[in-house]
Design a protein around this ligand. Structure first.
Ligand SMILES: [Zn+2]
Ligand SMILES: [Zn+2]
Length: 268
């Protein structure tokens, strides 16, 4: 059986990722207005009413903006850690007890046919997680909002068939950005902020060596990065080590405001 994955939206202005295996369809995050998420799903042929749930990574608004609306409208359970629930409850409106699912980093569970492994990530939120999703022996991992790429995160996602990894900013563009104050710059550049293009590229080298065949660069900043630059930094780093994008690995950029490709992952 195949797994399907599609980045509906990915970036600092809103995140929502779709995954399907067997009869189970789910979203990771719902960080755009509900209507935009519904439209994005319909554009890839998915009826939002057929979703089984929404996995939340953390309480920042670019991850939860439409979560309450979409949960109430389609009676979708929301899955989040207890720290994330505490921090987001006042922002997403009332969620009935039947739709409130509390999870823990490191404790795997099944959502329908999909095995879900939440893992802790270094980010300045209450109790943020990334996810590895299993469909049989296949797996897809998403790790964005990472201040740094730790050994722990590597261990959680290494060997996944597809990985969406944060390539948030170009540090020079960020430092030169006149719209960001010093405090915000320090936050983004810090150990619990966001992953730069360079750090992402170095992490990809290790992940590709561990067997990952498809990598997506995600959670790009709108002001401190461009899709071309993110791709260029990763491509250059991979080529330096003799890995050719397009031949040895599939490398793409998940766009901020444009529904991405639906990736089909099959057993070889
Ligand atoms: Zn974010
Ligand atoms: Zn965040």
């Amino acid at each position: 059986m195949e797994m399907y994955f599609c980045p509906l939206f990915s970036g600092s202005s809103g995140n929502s990722l779709f995954c399907q295996y067997g009869n189970t369809r789910l979203l990771i995050d719902a960080g755009k207005p509900g209507r935009q998420i519904e439209e994005a799903l319909r554009s890839i042929g998915v009826d939002p009413a057929t979703l089984s749930g929404v996995l939340i990574t953390h309480e920042h608004s670019d991850h939860i903006h439409g979560a309450g609306i979409i949960s109430r409208k389609y009676q979708l359970p929301l899955y989040a850690t207890s720290g994330t629930w505490c921090a987001m409850e006042s922002k997403i409106g009332k969620i009935g007890p039947g739709l409130r699912r509390e999870i823990q980093a490191g404790r795997d569970f099944y959502l329908g046919d999909i095995g879900v492994v939440p893992f802790a990530i270094p980010h300045d939120a209450a109790d943020p997680v990334g996810y590895r999703l299993y469909g049989g022996r296949l797996s897809v991992s998403t790790a964005t909002d990472l201040g740094h790429f730790s050994r722990f995160v590597y261990d959680q996602i290494a060997g996944s068939d597809l990985i969406l990894l944060e390539s948030n900013h170009d540090p020079d563009m960020l430092r030169a950005n006149p719209h960001y104050n010093a405090q915000l710059k320090a936050r983004i550049l810090g150990d619990h902020g966001h992953l730069s293009n360079e750090s992402c590229a170095e992490a990809l080298l290790r992940l590709i060596a561990a067997g990952t065949g498809t990598v997506l660069l995600g959670h790009l900043s709108g002001e401190n990065n461009t899709p071309e630059l993110a791709r260029q930094v990763s491509s250059k780093t991979l080529l330096r080590e003799g890995i050719e994008p397009g031949r040895d690995v599939q490398l793409s950029v998940a766009m901020r405001d444009q529904v991405g490709t639906v990736y089909t992952i099959k057993e070889l």
